[in-house]
Design a protein. Structure first.
Length: 95
């Protein structure tokens, strides 16, 4: 299993964020928004300066690449609780 964060920020900014957060997982840049557009997650004009941002969304993909769990928040500051994510992982594991 692998955790990856995808953000619209530039790679150098993401590396600073990853280091500041002490995150030990990969941050990927989607600065042109192609991935967020594929998932319909572009929040047009959502940043304070009017730039587009991505809606806060968390996905869990199964071994075949299908979405096994998804949550989309109305506020970019909202994230699922780790227990909620772990429960989703547990439910998606083969029995």
């Amino acid at each position: 299993m692998r955790v990856v964060a995808v953000c619209v920020d530039e790679p150098a900014d993401l590396e600073r964020m990853r280091e500041a957060a002490g995150a030990e997982f990969t941050f990927l840049s989607d600065s042109d928004g192609r991935l967020i557009d594929r998932f319909g997650l572009r929040h047009r004009g959502g940043r304070a300066d009017g730039a587009d941002i991505a809606q806060s969304a968390s996905f869990l993909f199964d071994a075949e690449g299908r979405v096994a769990w998804l949550t989309i928040a109305e506020n970019y500051r909202v994230r699922p609780h780790p227990d909620e994510v772990l429960e989703a992982v547990d439910r998606s594991l083969p029995r």
